[in-house]
Design a protein around this ligand. Structure first.
Ligand SMILES: *Cc1c(COP(=O)(O)O)cnc(C)c1O
Length: 457
């Protein structure tokens, strides 16, 4: 049997609204060619992000009703705490309103001027929080991870040789920590192998450097380990997750990803060393330690979601769905990142739009074209998101120009995905008509959220 059956039945539905191409051309112009500035009602299939967009299960909704909203000592917190401890093996569990709040707290304490953070690839909010503290972030993804079209099983791995080199250059004492992002979101949702986690941990131990995991997609990463790393083929997802976390001193997590929650996150720590300082900041920025930035009901939904996400029938459906969309696009000649990532399909905008140079933001131009053509909203991960300027104000382009089509968890069915494939293929066939963009207004940090652009004629 080849059909991928969604491992759920639908109990509640939400309408989506249809509009015409003319209307969409008008909407994207009004949004200054920045898809973040569109109204979601004007989007047909929203693949902007898989963050906070999951459909919760009937069990999670039941948990919402059970949420206890006591200010201190709520049973919902203890259920949440015990789920996080069970999966991560870490004793200190600090709830935050989302992942970046955990980052902000952690980096305020461990970062600052002169400090260096090393990662396979830092996610945008992670990098922003590091830089905001005055520290710098360095990405050291492995060589395979730099070539979008060459498939390899673990393109999210960190380059361990480069890691040793950078530590020697900066001096171990200046290293705040090494952060492994699983799966590597900004690097194409590509997984990190257990082997690589072990090797990086070994280097951290040798140099006495903290090792943290950015755990947003821990279950997707664990599933990839199970199917691609021989040693783990008979292990359960939870056993694999347990081992991944066993090497880390702590982790940050956005529950908006692999916990099927619409909001939430946490910081977990293995020892009490940083706990007091983190909790102090938590109380002044998020809330009391037994709710952090969350309502009791959210803590319940997360506690339940963290287990649901590790169900193999779900992970099979999830990963196979990405492969299904990728295969359709590849067959039509569309340049995509290979192999398929865990939460998204990434179009290679540089190859897709050979006639648009980096400084005219090919990824952003493609995002606008997909929206105008079919109401499909993706996000640029390239020079618009990560580009910097040199001293002369000239753009230093990002290494890759990607468009991410992130698939919300348990939200769309196979026919939605078939439609997305049709839209991408249609845009690909007519790609010569797509024009580049210029930025006319931008902020210093995370400019892609708010910047305004215009077509270059
Ligand atoms: C989403 C994400 C974050 C930030 O989490 P938020 O809940 O959006 O604040 C950090 N790291 C990675 C890898 C992410 O995907």
């Amino acid at each position: 049997m080849n059909t991928i059956i969604e491992p759920f039945k639908i109990k509640v539905v939400e309408p989506i609204y249809f509009n015409t191409k003319e209307q969409r051309l008008q909407r994207i112009k009004e949004a200054h060619y920045n898809a973040f500035l569109l109204k979601s009602k004007d989007v047909l299939i929203d693949l902007l992000t898989d963050s906070g967009t999951s459909a919760m299960s009937s069990n999670q909704w039941a948990g919402i009703m059970q949420g206890d909203e006591s200010y201190a000592g709520s049973p919902s917190f203890f259920r949440f705490e015990s789920a996080v401890q069970d999966i991560t093996g870490m004793s200190v569990v600090i709830p935050t309103h989302q992942g970046r709040a955990a980052e902000k707290i952690l980096f305020s304490i461990t970062g600052g001027p002169g400090k260096v953070f090393i990662s396979n690839t830092l996610f945008d909010t992670t990098r922003a929080n590091i830089e905001y503290s005055g520290a710098i972030g360095i990405d050291l993804v492995c060589e395979e991870g730099k070539y979008p079209h060459i498939p390899a099983p673990f393109k999210g791995n960190m380059d361990v040789v480069a890691l040793r080199k950078i530590i020697a250059e900066h001096g171990a004492k200046n290293l705040a920590m090494v952060i492994m992002t699983v799966t590597n979101n900004s690097g194409g949702g590509q997984p990190v192998s257990m082997q690589n986690i072990r090797e990086v941990k070994q280097v951290c131990v040798e140099h006495n450097i903290l090792f943290f995991i950015d755990a947003c997609r821990f279950a997707e990463n664990a599933y990839f380990i199970k199917i691609r790393e021989e040693e783990f083929k008979d292990k359960s997802i939870q056993e694999i997750a347990n081992e991944m976390f066993s090497y880390a001193d702590g982790c940050t997590m956005s529950a908006k990803k692999d916990a099927f929650a619409n909001i939430g996150g946490f910081l977990a720590l293995r020892t009490n060393d940083l706990a007091q300082a983190c909790r102090n900041l938590l109380v002044i920025t998020e809330g009391f330690p037994t709710y952090g930035g969350l309502a009791g009901r959210d803590l319940e939904a997360i506690a339940i979601g963290l287990y649901e996400v590790m169900e193999e029938s779900y992970l099979y459906y999830r990963i196979t769905s990405m492969e299904y969309l990728t295969k359709k696009l590849v067959e039509a000649g569309v340049p995509v990142m290979l192999p398929a990532g865990g939460h998204a399909v990434y179009l290679d905008a540089k190859e897709f739009l050979l006639h648009i140079p980096s400084h005219e933001y090919p990824g952003q131009a493609l995002v606008c074209a997909l929206y105008a053509e079919g109401g499909v909203r993706g996000v640029e991960i390239g020079s618009f998101m990560f580009g910097k300027y040199d001293d002369h104000g000239k753009l230093i382009p990002a290494p890759l120009e990607l468009v991410r089509l992130a698939i919300p968890r348990r939200v769309y069915t196979q026919s939605h995905i078939d439609y997305v494939a049709e839209v991408v293929i249609h845009v690909f066939k007519n790609r010569q008509s797509i024009k580049g963009l210029q930025i006319i207004e931008e902020e210093l940090l995370l400019r892609h959220f708010t910047a305004k652009l215009d077509l270059i004629d």
